[in-house]
Design a protein around this ligand. Structure first.
Ligand code: KIV
Ligand code: NA
Length: 279
């Protein structure tokens, strides 16, 4: 099957067909997500929280994103892949933003980029879209602004803040964004934004009425430590426990010499170790 494109994603909104998105940061996770039939993979800057346990996304660099994006694309060649622009890689100037978009597309091989912000970032959004790059917006809770917001709080809670979010969504649509991620807002706010714009709204912690949903890979699989309760996440597997138990079994096997077994041992007539590295 071929990767979806932004025309098909827009058609899915018009026809009321939900869009599924998940993050991935490397080849194996991307490959499994593609095999599972995901519509979009996001190489999120949540990579910093998830793989390095940073307490925010701010330390993630453009080099980090290029590397992870390239690995993800290699694992999911038939899936639409969006790469996050990291903190402060699109604020200094539109020129610098375009330089960093170039890296994500040309070195990382992403199909599209995502950046955080509403009206205030729309001049840069326009420049990126004019250069031929599909752009995914991101409003609501924007984790790159966590120190300004003061924490990971639900957004748009009073009518003024809700109105501002709606205007941000409209501005992103006007600026040419192909879709918008809406993070951590009440269901009512998400519902009205989804109704008011013609581009898909993909929610995370934004309730049931968005055009699509996105979750962080390691959250839905419990493949993360330390484990934090997140109300908006549904746990689909407990991979963390499976991995811990498996490694524990390996340790035990080594200690009591039940690994390696006879079947893992080389004989004099063998000399090729297949698939030790790569393929
Ligand atoms: O980095 C990320 O994972 C994200 C999603 C939560 C939307 O931006
Ligand atoms: Na992100």
């Amino acid at each position: 099957s071929k990767a979806l494109n932004i025309l098909q994603l827009n058609k899915m909104k018009r026809e009321g067909l939900p869009i599924s998105m998940i993050t991935a940061y490397d080849y194996p996770s991307a490959r499994l997500a593609e095999e599972a039939g995901i519509d979009i993979i996001l190489v999120g800057d949540s990579v910093g929280n998830v793989l390095s346990n940073y307490n925010s996304t701010l330390p993630v660099t453009i080099d980090d994103m290029v590397y992870h994006t390239r690995s993800v694309v290699r694992g999911a060649e038939h899936t639409f892949i969006v790469a996050d622009m990291p903190f402060m890689t699109y604020h200094v100037s539109s020129e610098e933003a375009l330089t960093n978009v170039r890296r994500l597309m040309q070195e990382g091989h992403a199909h599209a980029v995502k950046l955080e912000g509403g009206m205030e970032i729309c001049d840069t959004v326009k420049r990126i879209v004019q250069s031929g790059v599909p752009l995914l917006g991101h409003i609501g809770l924007t984790p790159q602004s966590v120190h300004q917001i003061g924490g990971y709080f639900i957004q748009g809670k009073n009518s003024q803040a809700a109105e501002r979010l709606l205007n941000d969504a409209r501005a992103l649509e006007q600026a040419g964004a192909f879709a918008i991620v809406l993070e951590l807002v009440t269901e009512e706010v998400a519902k009205s934004i989804t109704r008011e714009v013609s581009i898909p709204v993909i929610g995370i912690g934004a309730g049931r009425y968005c055009d699509g949903q996105v979750l962080v890979y390691h959250d839905m699989l419990q493949y993360s430590a330390p484990y934090r309760e997140k109300k908006f996440v549904k746990t689909y597997s407990d991979i963390g426990t499976l991995i811990r138990d498996s490694i524990g079994q390996y340790v035990k096997d080594v200690k009591d010499r039940s690994f390696p077994g006879e079947e893992h041992v080389f004989k004099a007539d063998e000399n090729v170790v297949e698939r030790l590295y790569g393929n």
